[in-house]
Design a protein. Structure first.
Length: 571
């Protein structure tokens, strides 16, 4: 296959091999400023200076603290505060503890693999780039459009969730939801359209609120559990004995307990959605080869602290058959009413906190909408870079924002207004369900791309010691990539197992599996129009855009005092 059919570009300018035999563009010695570096990086991606000047290029405006808190915000979603209630009722305390732990370990394996690729070549909307370069252009086409529509529709869901959460306060229920939807829409557009640094600052604030809240809830859970509130005795692990550590689902006995555990794992997989956003932001991060590895390494501790401890806390505070929890789930009560945290606080007769937690859930939903608009627009930008979307999507403002990508992705969010009427809400829910499996396909694509990346480095004679971020467990073979790939494949395949219980439920089957034909349909379209084939490892493009990045010298951060030393460690 001709190189041009790969839909990627080699470094521009004359090339000469370095000590390892790599070929880098002559751009290496042409940098007089960061501005020059920015233009040359764009040149490396687009293939010529004129295109880079005509369209502009994204700006590396995300500071270290932005990247670290974007990673934190991607780990803590509304699922930890709100959505976990349904999983808890389905499986019980031990099932959610094990389910979220196992899925968290698979996500960690995927993120460590993604970290190697994202630091070797930090590109905006990097995941479709990796799929195109290392696997196949048609696979990159399917991955890019799948992730874009997933982010766009999930953006609708988050905005709708924010409007619903507001209804927790009685005074807001008399106002048409369209008003709240319009306010959230305007806010997230403002945070994304002017400069990426504004988006970074917003996520820094949103993530800070979520971190403070979850830490406070974990401390409060310990106090309640040991009997530190006057209205309740010491709880210990009494709810693990009565009603029990694991609930049965669909079947009875051991089979029912296993199915309850598996249902929790499916739910947990969706709760972790967005954790990969830190790699999407790599193309706009300052000093990405220092900041991205730091964020990726800490994913394990964030999962351990927030999800493992969080699920353990819920399991000791509330029985899975609590009447308030059941009523909230069955009646789809708005906002914090369905949160196990709020139910535990009410059982302890602490009156002021539920409204505060609802406010945090509101900021969390707004934060998620903000993040999905950002990532969706960058996926569209990456597709345009790969010549898999119209070229006008490459146009950027002087501040480096791909404004057409932002506006088109934002425009999809107007579907949220469908949820204002009860009849249309059912249609909107069907669209929303299209995205439930797309996150797993994104993770599947990351794992497959990493396996091919690993093989490409070996085939092209690139030693793993040259990787800016290296996972030693992957030195001999892409072990973590294979483990996560198999795990996510199983979850995709058995995602809708419950539709076969008690007779075939065709509506549930469509809801649970419609994402599968959509992904493979996109792949088939890519095969037809791109006429691509599997990229041989010896031909995989590992260098387009790398020379410009290698040429940038970021200043070292030297702490001036103890406070700065602590802050630099955090961010």
């Amino acid at each position: 296959m001709e190189k041009d059919n790969l839909n990627v570009f080699r470094d521009s300018g004359s090339e000469s091999p370095d000590a390892h035999g790599y070929r880098h563009g002559s751009v290496d010695n042409k940098f007089e400023s960061r501005r020059g570096a920015k233009i040359n990086e764009a040149t490396d991606i687009y293939g010529d200076v004129q295109t880079a000047e005509d369209y502009g290029y994204v700006s590396r405006g995300l500071k270290s603290r932005h990247i670290q808190f974007i990673a934190l915000g991607g780990t803590i979603g509304t699922g930890l505060f709100l959505g976990i209630g349904r999983a808890f009722h389905t499986g019980g305390p031990l099932s959610i503890l094990l389910g979220y732990t196992f899925v968290g370990l698979a996500v960690f394996a995927m993120m460590m693999s993604l970290g190697e690729m994202a630091t070797w070549l930090p590109l905006p909307g990097s995941i479709p780039h990796f799929a195109t370069r290392y696997v196949e252009p048609a696979f990159g086409f399917a991955t890019g459009w799948n992730t874009w529509y997933s982010n766009a529709i999930t953006l609708c869901a988050e905005i709708s969730a924010a409007a619903t959460v507001i209804n927790y306060w009685e005074g807001a229920r008399d106002i048409n939801p369209a008003a709240w939807i319009s306010i959230v829409l305007a806010l997230i557009l403002f945070l994304n359209i002017f400069a990426v640094s504004i988006y970074g600052e917003a996520e820094f604030i949103f993530a800070s609120v979520k971190i403070i809240t979850i830490i406070g809830l974990l401390i409060l859970a310990l106090i309640i559990d040991v009997g530190g509130v006057p209205s309740q005795h010491r709880l210990g692990f009494q709810y693990w004995n009565n009603p029990g550590a694991m609930n049965t689902y669909i079947a009875s006995g051991a089979t029912g307990r296993f199915l309850g555990f598996w249902a929790v794992m499916v739910n947990a997989a969706f709760s972790y959605g967005g954790v990969e956003n830190v790699a999407v932001a790599a193309g706009e991060a300052e000093d990405p080869r220092r900041n991205i590895p730091k964020a990726v390494r800490r994913v394990f501790w964030r999962i351990l602290f927030f999800y493992v401890l969080g699920t353990l806390a819920i399991g000791v505070l509330v029985p899975y058959n609590d009447t308030n929890l059941l009523n909230a789930i069955e009646n789809d009560e708005p906002g914090a009413a369905a949160s196990p945290w709020v139910i535990a606080i009410r059982r302890a007769n602490i009156d002021a906190l539920p409204a505060i937690i609802n406010a945090v859930i509101l900021t969390s939903a707004t934060s998620s909408g903000n993040a999905f608009l950002y990532t969706g627009s960058r996926y569209l930008f990456a597709l345009a870079q790969n010549k898999q979307a119209p070229r006008f999507f490459l146009r950027c403002t002087k501040a480096g924002v791909p404004y057409f990508c932002v506006l088109v992705t934002w425009a999809i969010a107007f579907l949220t207004y469908l949820s204002c009427s009860s009849g249309s809400a059912k249609v909107f829910t069907w669209f929303q369900n299209l995205t439930t499996i797309s996150t797993l396909f994104t993770w599947f694509a990351i794992c497959l791309s990493y396996i091919r990346f690993h093989h490409a480095m070996a085939a092209q004679g690139i030693p793993r010691s040259d990787l800016p971020f290296r996972v030693r467990l992957n030195d001999r073979a892409p072990v973590l990539g294979y483990i996560a790939l198999i795990f996510f494949s199983l979850v995709i395949f058995f995602n809708g197992f419950d539709v076969f219980a008690g007779g075939f439920n065709y509506q549930g089957f469509i809801t649970d599996y419609i994402g599968v034909p959509i992904f493979f349909g996109l792949y088939l379209i890519g095969k037809i129009f791109l006429k691509s084939r599997w990229v041989p490892s010896s031909e995989a493009d590992l260098f387009s855009g790398k020379a410009a990045l290698d040429a940038i010298e970021w200043p070292a951060r030297v702490p001036r005092n103890t406070l700065e030393r602590i802050w630099f460690w955090i961010a």
